[in-house]
Design a protein around this ligand. Sequence first.
Ligand SMILES: NC(=O)C1=CN([C@@H]2O[C@H](COP(=O)(O)OP(=O)(O)OC[C@H]3O[C@@H](n4cnc5c(N)ncnc54)[C@H](OP(=O)(O)O)[C@@H]3O)[C@@H](O)[C@H]2O)C=CC1
Ligand SMILES: C[C@H]1O[C@H](OP(=O)(O)OP(=O)(O)OC[C@H]2O[C@@H](n3cnc4c(=O)[nH]c(N)nc43)[C@H](O)[C@@H]2O)[C@@H](O)[C@@H](O)C1=O
Length: 319
Amino acid sequence: MRRIYVAGHRGMVGSGLVRQLMQAGGVEVITRTHAELDLTNQQAVADFFATESIDEVYLAAARVGGIFANNTYPADFIYDNLMIECNVIHQAYQAGVTKLLLLGSSCIYPKAVSQPMSEEALLTDVLEPTNEPYAIAKIAGIKLCESYNRQHGVDYRSVMPTNLYGENDNFHPENSHVIPAMMRRFHEAKLNNDSSVVVWGSGTPMREFLHVNDMAAASIYVMDLDTETYQSHTQAMLSHINVGTGVDCTIRELAESLKQVIGFEGELAFDASKPDGAPRKLMNVERLAQLGWRANISLLEGLEQTYAWFLEHQNDYRK
Ligand SMILES: NC(=O)C1=CN([C@@H]2O[C@H](COP(=O)(O)OP(=O)(O)OC[C@H]3O[C@@H](n4cnc5c(N)ncnc54)[C@H](OP(=O)(O)O)[C@@H]3O)[C@@H](O)[C@H]2O)C=CC1
Ligand SMILES: C[C@H]1O[C@H](OP(=O)(O)OP(=O)(O)OC[C@H]2O[C@@H](n3cnc4c(=O)[nH]c(N)nc43)[C@H](O)[C@@H]2O)[C@@H](O)[C@@H](O)C1=O
């Protein structure tokens, strides 16, 4: 049986990957909590790979957060993510792992890039300042994979997810992403009968949102493509693949959808003192579509599923 290490299995995407890999069966899923294995620790990661006979790695562990966390803790975001990527990719290679999938992010693309953003837009212009350190680390991750492929003949792939949401997300009031943050705020406002809820920024930025179950399915799909098919749709120096829905909406529209799903009847109060971030980040998902995969969970369906999960996990959601 293939021994598959899912790094970050307690996180939103990692837990989705474990659910789907276990459901498909026929593989042994290996996991370690952050407390058991700190992936920024080079020796600990080397010891882990030297003893665990891993066949494949899904690298879904990272320092992750929304616009406020990225803007407030830039050193943590660049240091942790560079260290995790260097340690996992290099030690996997040292231990003879030939297949690895890195999760990057749509924020690798320049701020003023033409929309929708295609894979070729990488490194063509300057980045959005609120998350530049995180984006630089993610770009380094892509280049690590490409470089190990070129020099060592391994098969390390990378997927660039758009903004994600779903069960097991982080619902922290400040450090989270927009969907979990607003879902919790609207829910609490409904319980308190508040007349309005704060939405950060102007409401005009546009974002594309992909449900975690679609993201996990896409990751496994890309990992399992045979080498010839994968390489026919990538180029030697451009190995990453976008993952998204190809559909976006404004933050105001998202807030209206969340109001509807949660049943909050008050007003939206936009807080212009908070940053908007990138004006738009719509993914060009044609490359993945040509490879045979498309998202199938609509935003409304995904928000309803996530809110139902949130209601069931009021005592144990991450906050
Ligand atoms: N969420 C999103 O909107 C997007 C996410 N991505 C990418 O997808 C991937 C998964 O993200 P997501 O599931 O949302 O993130 P989560 O924060 O939900 O999960 C990340 C996991 O990584 C673990 N982790 C962090 N640092 C370390 C470390 N030093 N050693 C061991 N484990 C560690 C965390 O453990 P602990 O909590 O204990 O620290 C957590 O379980 C990441 O690479 C992220 O950059 C890309 C685009 C959008
Ligand atoms: C996935 C992605 O995540 C981050 O980039 P981002 O796309 O800006 O993500 P965000 O979810 O934090 O915000 C999206 C928009 O929504 C607005 N917004 C309104 N109200 C809230 C709110 O309450 N919380 C948050 N976080 N945002 C809010 C907010 O002002 C912004 O205009 C990066 O870290 C980047 O590195 C990255 O990869």
